[in-house]
Design a protein around this ligand. Sequence first.
Ligand code: NDP
Length: 301
Amino acid sequence: MKVYVSVDLPDDLAGRIKKYAEVVGKDRAEEADAVLCFNIDRELLLRMRRLKFIQVTTAGLDHLPWEDIPPNVTVAGNAGSNAAPVAEFAVALLLTAYKKILHYNAKMKGGDYSRDVEVPPLEGRKVAVLGLGEIGARVARALAALGASVYGFSRTPKEGPWRFTNKLEEALAGASAAVSALPLTKYTRGMIKYEHLTLMAEDAVFVNVGRAEVVDKEAVARILRERPRFVYASDVWWGRNDFGKDADIIGMPNVIATPWIAGGYGSAEIRRKMLEEAVENLIRWLRGDAPKNIARREDFV
Ligand code: NDP
């Protein structure tokens, strides 16, 4: 077996793969049975006639050239490899916004020590968690532990300290906060519209750590204009890494913005763990065991 590794892999991790397969560079990629990558080049893909398995280093798989990946090639993602820190980040964004920490911090620094806005409890309030996967389930458990009444939304019913629903409207109606940890697929793109956001409380907090494109950008701009107490707190943006494209929304007073740092981009330690888990999953495939996180092709094509 031959594996084409297109990511920068530390020697010890490359060594683990070499116990099971020959590692080849780009010059011999066409000989590879499997590839370990962040993304794969369309042209190269068409030339890789022996390719059977693609191991991606990220949890999200929306950036892949799905149309050009032959149906007989199995694609595995890396969900779970950074889920704990991303879940921590989601809870941090939610609580920072909900508890008005940036508001009071700015006032205090300016010498204004007055108390002018309410800081309500989250305990007993309805919170929607959209996507009950590796990230969402962790967020939902953490918020339930704080006493929030958690509604968990995904396709497949999942047990946990939440009320499960597969209806977005039921999850969001009257919610004081929502966290989206949904992947971007052909089904979730633009899924959250203006009508959905209006179902939430007037002063609700909407956190997004999944992908920006799951939420309609115009809907976010409109609700933020119409409801000055509504907060959109997000780590992910419609312009992807070109954050300037979203400067109009990022600059709004009721937005809390971070530059996609919840996961791998935020920490070398997290990136290392992502590579480790991707390598382990690739080795499962090389050994003939069942790999984790097999993508559903029909979500993308
Ligand atoms: P998982 O694959 O573990 O979870 C995805 C969840 O979304 C599952 O519960 C799945 O439910 C649900 N889902 C998928 N499609 C739909 C749909 N059409 N309707 C309702 N629910 C749906 O992934 P993770 O939790 O690890 O990651 C989620 C996303 O977060 C990634 O895809 C990535 O885009 C993003 N991410 C962002 C990071 C950052 O740095 N900000 C870092 C890591 C990930 P079901 O089981 O029913 O299909």
